[in-house]
Design a protein around this ligand. Structure first.
Ligand code: FMN
Length: 177
């Protein structure tokens, strides 16, 4: 199984990149951790689209998704919503092909330093991504990353909840195969 994982952030020390990395490693397969910085695109505008067409990086990202079997995405929350970098990426990709997530099974997670664990952006993504052909088979939000994560989830209750989710996702993936 080819697993594609990333945090929806461009921060070099992204906690969502760390969480996506951890979550992806709960599954057996070939893990491709990508960094959204490697797919940086101009700030979207319909004028740039008209003048210059679509950035190559958008096509490349869609191809990476298309060539994967399972997606693990951890959502960064900025002011209750997507990080600007992720939204820009989604906007460009959705103009190239509205089916951005190509129907691939997806584990959608989020974390933040706060007690809400980036739940608002997770909720937005849960309701929006299916319109871009996401097949979300599990979701989880980890609050207070600094307190609850050190190489793994160290809060027992949250760890148990996460482990149950991973088992469910594995069962769903086995049925999809
Ligand atoms: C502009 C800005 C807005 C933020 N807004 C929120 C927010 O609405 N909710 C939240 O939980 N954290 C918020 N944070 C804190 C981020 O969750 C925190 O910086 C986190 O590390 C971002 O994820 P990343 O490390 O994956 O980039 C905000 C941070 C910034 C810089």
């Amino acid at each position: 199984m080819k697993i594609l994982a990333f945090g929806a952030s461009t921060s070099k020390s992204s906690i969502n990149q760390q969480f996506a990395h951890f979550a992806a490693h709960q599954f057996e397969g070939e893990i491709n951790m990508i960094d959204l910085n490697d797919f940086e695109m101009p700030l979207f505008s319909v004028d740039k689209e008209k003048e210059n067409g679509y950035p190559e990086e958008g096509h490349e990202l869609l191809e990476v998704i298309e060539n994967s079997d399972f997606l693990v995405i951890s959502m960064t929350e900025h002011n209750g919503s997507y990080s600007a970098a992720f939204k820009n990426t989604l906007d460009w990709c959705s103009r190239i092909n509205n089916d951005v997530f190509a129907g691939k099974p997806m584990l959608l997670i989020s974390t933040s330093p706060g007690k809400m664990g980036a739940k608002f952006v997770l909720e937005s993504a849960l309701s929006r991504f299916p319109r871009h052909n996401a097949n979300i088979i599990g979701h989880f939000s980890l609050p207070k990353f600094e307190d609850n994560f050190k190489d793994e989830i160290i809060n027992e209750e949250l760890r148990n909840e996460f482990n149950d989710l991973i088992e469910n996702v594995k069962e769903t993936l086995a049925k999809i195969k």
